[in-house]
Design a protein. Structure first.
Length: 721
């Protein structure tokens, strides 16, 4: 049944029908869904049993997705502000008035200050190709608006990964069943990549050892064979020390190194200084454990490493990924299915990015502002020649997900800032909007997905009519483009045409896959060898300039740069001074060892991992999800708590020079001394102190790809008065 055949509304009762959909949350699992519809109303949603990776299940974030779709708090009509900014007071208006107001303000601001006074703010509130990250790029490029650089997530990791092994899909997640040694590094798989866990569990059942390296003893760490706690931001020291042991003890695959790598001699000389004894001092990991990890990893083939997003979120995050990316080639792990490295399989998908980025519409030299520094940009902290006078937010909730929360709120509170927010709910950010536009949920729109966690294309058939006057992002930008007088072909495409342009359908990986077949099946695996056979680099074939793993990176000569994927339509990498072509260690910006003066005032390291029941800030307002996630808590080691007179369940104040927030304390021996943990994602308006961990995070970039440094955050904790 095609989407056009779906009886979305009927006047008489009909038998229930099932529609094949796809989850579009910013998650590696990209699940295939089955939606039951009765008389135009969705009555059930579940994971597809036919799709191997989803295997009939959805995670706790999406299992109750109908609560979101039918929430009485949904924004269903355009709204305009009638009260003070931040008060959340709005009244309903028509779409015509909303669009006319936005177009008029954009024109007047462009005429008075120039179009760079306007800036989009968006990310992956929905991950679909047509409605997600790039849906507004053509519009803002044509407008001449400030370019939004979007490097919150994996920009540094992707840069380092590409410098070392190229844009490889890496290990097929389904191949993990063949792995003998699995290292899960900075990833809480059970909370953020749930459908990978059955493959890991099956490998463990077959005798594989599962090692988790993480500052926090997460759900995943508790289920592992061996949990290795590590100080935040020191993962690079461990990876370099592992190489030191592997090389010094002759545990390398000399044949693989000779045939499929470059720079081994230089790497050998470099890592000689990074001894396990040195790394133990940096990481807090016992010396013997470092030796054991290196030896076991090298001697149990096939061995695989799964790295998480958090690995990049410190000053040396890029070099950490460089070092980890070198490890598989060093021991020849790539030779067999289930051996190598898993970062982002998205590289395997031939997505037609130019069809959405449209860099040709962009004026060369247009100003670039990174969203990580949006709070500074809105309050004059970046010394901008042209101040920002308009902000359009969609697919994002920057008050909660950006750092520098106090300045963010100060900026959004400006009366001279015209703010538009497209949303499902009146979020912490939408409270400050002048105009709010109603957005459709995944059940109310068509879309097509790649995945950054497996090798399946998934298709989302619209299953119900949009509620109220909600529209997909694509339609919102068509209306805005028409109001602005933009007549380029890019602004006239229907959703069906956008979906048709989403992939290079002639690419070998798409053989046997068509839009019609996806509509009918809901999902299809890329045309690649089976998980039992897939070993993409058994004989090299790395997509680097040399075609090999580059221990000595040739791309380093171009300096630090941002990959085009992370910048709104721009193909300007902005090369800088050449960087060190060999992996090396960069310590955290904020730690006792690197900044003792700061640590004297703020001696605890705060890390803010993803929540189990929220997806970033999505679902943070829904009763079911809040019940599962429970009230926000700060995990703190009992020794650190005792030194501060803090008891279990006490309300504590966590603060530094940038801000503060208050939550309940939970004493937990599994948290390292000197480290505190508070999950991100809960909403500011629901918080005890009207602030969240985002108020404390720094805005300094990591070493590669303008990645964030969320984990480089020193704080002090005390009983709240």
């Amino acid at each position: 049944m095609s989407v056009q055949d779906i009886p979305l509304q009927t006047s008489a009762p009909t038998d229930p029908i099932t529609i094949l959909g796809a989850c579009a949350q910013d998650c590696p699992d990209s699940c295939s869904m089955v939606v039951t519809v009765e008389d135009g109303v969705a009555t059930d949603i579940r994971g597809s049993k036919a799709m191997p990776f989803t295997n009939g299940g959805l995670c706790v974030k999406v299992d109750n997705y109908l609560d979101k779709v039918y929430s009485p708090d949904r924004v269903l009509y355009p709204l305009k502000r009638v009260g003070p900014k931040g008060a959340g007071e709005f009244e309903r208006i028509s779409w015509d008035e909303a669009i006319a107001t936005i177009a008029s303000k954009f024109r007047s601001i462009s005429e008075e200050f120039g179009p760079e006074a306007i800036m989009p703010c968006n990310y992956l509130g929905t991950q679909g190709i047509t409605q997600g990250l790039n849906v507004g790029d053509a519009f803002f490029n044509k407008l001449g608006a400030t370019v939004a650089e979007r490097t919150y997530c994996d920009a540094g990791s992707c840069t380092a990964y590409a410098m070392t092994i190229g844009d490889s899909a890496g290990v097929d997640p389904e191949s993990f069943v063949h792995s003998k040694y699995i290292v899960i590094w900075a990833a809480n798989v059970m909370s953020t990549n749930l459908h990978l866990w059955p493959y890991i569990a099956e490998a463990k059942k077959r005798g594989a050892k599962v090692v988790v390296i993480d500052p926090v003893k997460t759900r995943t760490a508790k289920a592992a064979s061996w949990y290795i706690p590590i100080r935040p931001g020191t993962d690079g020291a461990l990876a370099l020390a592992m190489m030191n042991v592997i090389i010094a003890e002759g545990l390398t695959d000399a044949d693989y190194i000779d045939k499929y790598t470059v720079g081994y001699d230089e790497l050998t000389e470099r890592v000689a200084q990074y001894t396990p004894e040195w790394a133990s001092e940096e990481t807090g990991i016992p010396v013997d454990d470092i030796y054991t990890l290196a030896r076991e990893y090298a001697q149990n083939a096939p061995a695989v490493i799964r790295i998480g997003v958090a690995i990049e979120r410190s000053a040396g995050g890029g070099q950490t990924v460089r070092a980890i990316s070198c490890l598989p080639a060093l021991i020849g792990a790539w030779r067999k299915p289930g051996g190598g490295l898993l970062q982002l399989p998205l590289w395997a998908f031939p997505v037609n990015w130019p069809a959405f980025l449209h860099p040709e519409l962009q004026t060369p030299g247009t100003r670039v502002i990174n969203l990580y520094q949006l709070g500074e940009a809105l309050t004059g902290g970046l010394n901008l020649d042209t101040p920002l006078k308009a902000l359009m937010v969609y697919n994002s909730n920057p008050v909660v997900v950006c750092p520098d929360q106090e300045r963010m709120i100060a900026g959004l509170s400006r009366e001279d800032l015209f703010t538009v927010v497209s949303e499902h709910f009146i979020t912490d950010t939408a409270d400050y909007a002048d105009i709010i536009l109603p957005a459709t949920t995944q059940l109310e729109q068509d879309d097509i997905n790649f995945s950054w966690g497996h090798l399946f294309v998934t298709y989302n058939n619209r299953s119900i009519q949009p509620r109220g006057e909600a529209v997909p992002n694509s339609e919102m930008f068509r209306r805005l483009a028409a109001a602005m007088g933009f007549t380029d072909a890019a602004f006239l495409r229907s959703d069906e045409e956008l979906i048709a342009e989403s992939f290079d359908w002639d690419a070998p990986a798409m053989e046997g896959i068509t839009i019609e077949s996806l509509k009918q099946k809901g999902w299809q695996r890329l045309n690649l060898p089976s998980p039992d056979e897939y070993a993409p680099h058994a004989e090299g074939n790395f997509r680097t300039p040399s075609g090999k793993t580059e221990f000595l990176s040739s791309m380093a000569a171009g300096g630090n740069f941002v990959l085009p994927l992370f910048r709104q339509g721009s193909n300007d990498h902005q090369p800088g001074q050449p960087i060190d072509p060999l992996p090396h260690y960069i310590a955290p910006n904020e730690s006792l060892r690197t900044n003792p003066e700061l640590a004297a005032r703020y001696p605890l390291n705060l890390i803010t991992p993803k929540s189990h029941a929220y997806l970033n800030s999505s679902f943070g307002n829904l009763d079911f999800h809040r019940k599962v996630q429970k009230e926000p808590m700060l995990l703190i080691n009992p020794a650190d708590a005792e030194a501060r007179g803090i008891g279990n369940g006490d309300t504590v104040r966590i603060f530094n020079d940038r801000g503060e927030f208050s939550v309940l304390a939970k004493l937990d021996k599994s948290v390292l001394t000197g480290v505190t943990v508070c999950n991100m994602g809960y909403w500011r308006k629901n918080a005890k102190s009207l602030s969240t961990p985002a108020s404390l995070n720094p805005t300094r970039f990591a070493d590669l790809g303008n990645a964030p440094t969320f984990s480089d955050t020193l704080v002090q904790v005390e009983l709240a008065s």
